[in-house]
Design a protein around this ligand. Structure first.
Ligand code: S3P
Length: 427
């Protein structure tokens, strides 16, 4: 699908964006291995989270979807059944990495795969620690592991493991496997990453502790189903935060957004760039901090982004790059090599597509350099099948002179069904 974006200003309104992708995935996974029924409201019915539901249904879990309400009939820690066919995670790295942690401990073998993008994403970062726990994960014969692969469930042993890269997906895979291990597992993170797995597991009755940069997780007897309200996804809110900040005469409030401190790097960066952002109506729901986020048109200045903050805004870098095009001066993004192993190599795809629109942006080995202040012009751009590239191009498009055509735009459905409709409703 090709989507045409016209320039726009005067974006005003109170909006709701869909539920958090990370929390929605985890609600299905934990709901499936808990005892009892979990009712989830505000679930993200994007393609990625539907892939997670599909995998657990194939393992005998009854899951009902009614709009954004999802009901999961959990069967306990040992209640999953061997699937009759290969599990398919589609485009979802979170599904693949986290589910591998659960499958490593089951009493059956299964095969797992995903789409062409997923088959290029590194899986040895998960198979290495899980193998140390005694798991058997076998795939291509090379040194690095990619999907498709086979997971043969084993009795697992506890480990002490230092993550070589800051990754919540890898951390979560180990935590999920540790639920089934024979002792206490300790994971050391190089930088703090999103902690939704820990929060939700404790909400379900586990006892995961944090000690500085260590996560300590013991095995559990069982998990207890509990109802979950999923906050709106800050990674989806990010596009509308950027739109409200950079487009003239705008004032947007995004309601009930998850503002877990492990996810709010974008707020810190936009504030440092000079944006007018306020958080209102702050609450804690199911252990997760939430707030309404208000943004108003602001003059931005370039900043340097790197180090510890990167995992707190890793998915927002494409849209931060768009905002930086409209900032006075230079923005340098560094220490973001992880972008190379996302749905696309996002250093490359962001730079390539924004250049087509006339941006002064240069690729570096671990990020990019953007010289702001060059007006953007409408162009034909390509999402490369990456949802976050499609949405970032759309926001660049509303600020460009002339129309922008986004090729392969339907991929927004991965994390944000109805993204374009919501953008249109603000005009
Ligand atoms: C996610 C963690 C991040 C993020 C991804 C979702 C999660 O990946 O980029 O979109 O839900 O745990 P890494 O942990 O691999 O950096």
């Amino acid at each position: 699908m090709i989507k045409t974006i016209n320039s726009a200003e005067n974006l005003k309104g109170k909006i709701k964006v869909p539920g958090d992708k990370s929390i929605s995935h985890r609600s299905v996974m934990l709901g499936s291995i808990a005892n009892g029924t979990t009712h989830v409201s505000g679930f993200l019915t994007g393609d990625d989270c539907l892939s997670t539901i599909d995998c657990f249904r194939k393992m005998g879990i009854e899951i009902k979807i009614d709009g954004t309400d999802v009901t999961i009939h959990g069967k306990g820690l040992h209640g999953l059944k061997k699937p009759n066919e290969t599990l398919d995670v589609g485009n979802s790295g979170t599904t693949l990495r986290l589910i591998t942690g659960i499958l490593a401990a089951q009493n059956f073998d299964c095969h797992i795969t995903g789409d062409s993008s997923i088959q290029k994403r590194p899986m040895d970062r998960v198979s290495r620690p899980l193998s140390l726990m005694g798991a058997s994960i076998t795939g291509n014969s090379g040194e690095k592991l990619f999907a498709p692969f086979k997971i043969s469930g084993r009795k697992l042993k506890a480990i002490d493991y230092t993550l070589p890269v800051a990754s919540a997906q890898v951390k979560s895979a180990i935590i999920l496997a540790a639920l089934y291990a024979d002792g206490t597992t300790t994971i050391t993170e190089p930088e703090p990453t999103r902690n939704h797995t820990e929060i939700m597991l404790n909400y379900f009755g586990a006892n995961i502790k944090n000690d500085g940069n260590k996560i300590i997780c013991g095995p559990v007897e069982e998990l207890y189903a509990k109802d979950i309200t999923v906050p709106a996804d800050i990674s989806s809110a990010a596009y509308f935060m950027a739109a409200g900040i950079i487009s003239p005469d705008s004032d947007i409030t995004i309601e009930n957004v998850g503002v877990n401190p492990t996810r709010t790097g974008i707020i810190d960066v936009f504030k440092e760039m000079g944006a007018d952002i306020t958080l209102e109506n702050e609450k804690i729901i199911c252990g997760e901090e939430t707030a309404d986020i208000n943004v108003k048109t602001s003059s931005l200045k370039g900043v340097e982004i790197g180090g510890k903050i990167i995992p707190r805004l890793i998915d927002e870098i494409p849209i931060i790059a768009v905002a930086a095009c409209f900032a006075e001066g230079q923005t340098v993004i560094k220490d973001a090599q992880e972008l190379k192993v996302k749905e696309t190599n996002r250093i490359k795809t962001v730079v390539e597509e924004l250049k087509k629109m006339g941006a002064n942006i240069t690729e570096t080995d671990d990020g990019m350099i953007i010289n702001g202040g060059n007006p953007l012009k409408g162009a034909i751009v390509d999402s490369h099948g990456d949802h976050r590239i499609a949405m970032s191009c759309a926001i660049a498009g509303i600020m460009a002179n002339g129309n922008t055509l986004i090729e392969n735009s339907q991929c927004v459905d991965i994390s944000f069904p109805k993204f374009f409709e919501l953008l249109d409703s603000l005009r």
